[in-house]
Write a protein that binds this ligand. Structure first.
Ligand code: FAD
Length: 327
């Protein structure tokens, strides 16, 4: 067994999920360090558009049309088809995104193939014929480096760990027909609901503007949203803001929320409690606006603006609008 297989995810509109272009780039980087050939696989009711996109990041893509994926939860179906591809292609390692679907598919694959999984990679390398995977443990207090005992395994990679890099020449797409009946139980999707205020998946966002208790009210959150929109980013929150009912739990960042790694994390009225810190501390640049110069976030922010967020945030917004020519 040799080579890497990237399990790609497809967005609701049929395009390639951004995380999958990153995972494909990670596979290319491992390949350059000595891992074998890298192949991508797209399993979807209509995989063509996403497969064509994936071929921009990985030299060979297998497109598997699976009609059952239209009406059923994707992960178990995709895993069953990917397990068949694994038997044909004999890769030594499988790479998936560490979002909800990627984690699900990795779990199903682990059960179907009997392979181990290393989850939520924050960095990975290829050493002595195996991937070595960096992971954050104990709420971010410890960074571990692990590899597999055996010769095969599955790795899930967090969003924003690798910057997607297009190939100089687009790869090939092969259509693979797998028409045997599915043996695993399927879950019928009764309804898909687009969550309000969740336009950009927060785990994939490059810019996050987050509000905490200091924002003070549902109304106060408008400035957080406006700033996020002006920066082309997503809105995040602390548990205090979520518990106050100002924003959905889906946007909570921290120990009991999401783990994010944006390029810019702008924290408005957030103290920087450890349970929040573990969800955002790996952001490339952290800017905090807090009226308390001694708030804990001052210890790990790259820049602390000491002031009232209701004065500072509108001033940033006005500057951004002036720069983009809007009033
Ligand atoms: P506070 O700590 O109250 O801070 C508010 C900040 O706003 C203060 O620093 C204040 O100076 C500043 N401020 C106030 N008004 C203004 C203003 N007008 N302008 C500028 N600054 C202002 N928390 C999470 O976020 N995510 C989690 O996943 C999470 N999980 C938890 C799990 C457990 C088991 C436990 C026990 C707690 C968890 N918490 C989590 C809660 C966490 O401990 C903190 O209570 C929470 O993060 C505090 O949120 P905050 O910073 O918004 O509020």
């Amino acid at each position: 067994m040799a080579g890497l297989l990237v399990v790609a995810e497809v967005s609701a509109d049929g395009s390639l999920a951004r995380i999958s272009s990153e995972v494909a780039t990670a596979a290319q980087q491992l390949r350059a360090s000595g891992a074998g050939e890298a192949t991508g696989v797209v399993v979807a009711a209509d995989p063509d558009a996403a497969a064509a996109e994936l071929a921009g990041y990985i030299p060979r893509v297998l497109a598997v049309a699976e009609p059952a994926a239209a009406e059923h939860a994707w992960a178990s179906i995709a895993a069953e088809r990917v397990a068949e591809i694994v038997k044909r292609e004999q890769p030594s390692h499988i790479l998936c995104g560490a979002g909800p679907d990627g984690r699900d598919v990795a779990g199903f694959l682990s059960a179907l193939l009997g392979w181990g999984v290393l989850v939520n990679a924050t960095a990975l390398a290829w050493t002595e014929g195996k991937p070595t995977v960096e992971m954050s443990a104990f709420g971010g207090k410890l960074v571990t480096t692990s590899t597999f005992n055996g010769d095969e395994g599955i790795v899930t990679i967090r969003p924003n760990v690798v910057a997607a890099e297009a190939l100089p020449a687009t790869g090939s797409v092969e259509t693979v027909a797998l028409d045997g009946s599915l043996a695993q139980p399927t879950v019928t999707v009764a309804e898909r609901v687009a969550e309000a205020r969740a336009a950009a998946p927060i785990e994939e966002a490059r810019v996050i503007v987050s509000g905490g208790r200091g924002v003070g009210s549902l109304d106060g959150f408008r400035v957080v949203e406006e700033l996020a929109a002006a920066l082309g980013g997503a809105v995040g929150a602390t548990r205090a803001a979520v518990d106050s009912g100002w924003i959905n739990y889906s946007q909570q960042i921290g120990q009991t929320g999401k783990i994010v790694k944006p390029r810019l994390y702008l924290a408005l009225g957030i103290s920087g409690a450890i349970q929040h810190k573990v969800g955002m501390q790996t952001a490339e640049t952290i800017v905090a606006i807090n009226r308390d110069a001694d708030a804990p976030i001052a210890e790990f922010a790259d820049l602390l603006v000491v002031g009232d967020l209701f004065e500072v945030a509108p001033a940033i917004l006005a500057e951004l609008r002036a720069r983009s020519g809007r009033t």
